[in-house]
Design a binder for this molecule. Structure first.
Ligand code: ATP
Length: 370
């Protein structure tokens, strides 16, 4: 089912405006992830879609029909929350069947649907267990099962993996994607975890302070963040920022500790950067330490003082400081860093982005758009 939210705003009874002018078209079968820091309005948006929260202003329609005033049960929506809310005294089968029994379905239909959901979710051998005899991941799958057997066309999920340990979260991520493919329901998934968003979404909606910051595919958000908030939110660790300005064809950091020629961005682009307070941004994983086959003309050379290096096994995060600017760089685990050493590193012109420090919006260089 296709969904559309037009200028949706939520003002709570106490006057607090939790969501402002939310506009989004969701395609049939799309997997949308709403992501943002705590309190940004993700759950409020989801609850308005579910019908659990009144929409103060704006329109919400499903397949072209306005549903603002339709009660939750009539919206064809199934919701999965972070707490599984299973009935402890009922078996897995009974937990999944419960909703359909209440709705008066025939036992044959219920059995067929429960068995089918159990098959999709890999729960067939657990149908006679009670929730206490299941792992967290299995309980979460039972909660999903209840949504699946309702044959809902729209799935809403609010941080469904946040009660699971780190390893289980990773495996449930790919399971959820598989389930989504099999069930084919339009899905809106809320999380504050940008890695979950990047790995699962067809499109991500980044929110902050009740407003949409950017909507795009994971790739679009990664390569073309539209503002400093998105650049500082997407990526692990996110982009590094250097505040500064243009001096001739050089970018100079505010404290003067970094200075490099950026004429390879093109004359037209430099014209746009002129006289603005700028943020030069680059990703930790885009730095390299030897020029190798790169043409020096395509690269910027930066320098930092190593404060600490974090070995993660497959990669290390190296924290550097240069004047007032802090940054984090990725490096192969075999590369040796000594605390307090000065390290030179490079980034290519195509991999850096410039933002206007006042508007916080990107100053896009068409030459380097992905
Ligand atoms: P989290 O990740 O912490 O769950 P969220 O992005 O889902 O955060 P919401 O739960 O949508 O955020 O809350 C958005 C804002 O609205 C918060 O500042 C919250 O305090 C406020 N809020 C939520 N519910 C109510 C309510 N019933 N009355 C007044 N304010 C509320």
């Amino acid at each position: 089912m296709a969904l559309e939210l037009k200028n949706v705003t939520k003002i709570y009874d106490n006057g607090f405006q939790a969501v402002t002018d939310f506009n989004l078209k969701i395609k049939d079968k799309e997997f949308i992830v709403l992501v943002g820091p705590s309190g940004c309005g993700k759950s409020t948006t989801l609850r308005m879609i579910a019908g659990l929260e009144e929409i103060t202003k704006g329109i919400f329609d499903v397949d072209g029909k306005v549903v603002n005033n339709l009660p939750p049960n009539d919206r064809g929506i199934a919701m999965v929350f972070q707490s599984y809310a299973l009935y402890p005294h009922l078996t897995v089968y009974e937990n999944m069947a419960f909703g359909l029994e209440l709705a008066g379905f025939d036992e044959d239909v219920i059995e067929a649907r429960v068995n089918e959901a159990a098959r999709i979710l890999g729960l067939t051998t657990y149908l006679h267990r009670k929730p206490r005899d299941l792992s967290g991941g299995q309980r979460q799958r039972v909660a999903l099962g209840r949504a699946i057997i309702r044959n809902a066309k729209i799935f809403l999920m609010d941080e469904p993996l946040s009660n699971l340990d780190a390893k289980l979260r990773v495996s449930m991520r790919s399971e959820l994607i598989k389930i989504h493919r099999q069930v084919g329901a339009t899905t809106i998934y809320v999380t504050h975890d940008q890695i979950e968003a990047m790995t699962m979404a067809d499109r991500i909606v980044v929110m902050n302070l009740g407003r949409i910051q950017q909507v795009g595919t994971p790739k679009e958000l990664y390569f073309d963040p539209q503002n400093l908030f998105v650049a500082g939110f997407i990526g692990d660790p996110p982009m590094n920022f250097v505040y500064g300005h243009l001096d001739g064809t050089n970018f100079v950091s505010n404290d003067g500790s970094m200075k490099f020629d950026i004429s390879n961005q093109g004359e037209d682009y430099l014209e746009q950067l002129k006289d603005k307070r700028l943020v030069f941004a680059y990703r930790p994983e885009h730095v390299f330490y030897e020029l190798g086959g790169n043409n020096p003309k395509d690269c910027y050379e930066l320098e930092g003082h190593v404060e600490v290096s974090e070995m993660l096994g497959d990669i290390q995060n190296v924290y550097v400081v240069s004047g007032e600017t802090r940054g984090v760089l990725k490096a192969q685990p075999s590369k040796k860093f000594t605390i307090d050493e000065d390290v030179k590193y490079f980034v290519t012109a195509e991999n850096v982005r410039f933002f206007d420090a006042d508007t916080e919006n990107v100053i896009a260089n068409p030459k380097f758009r992905k």
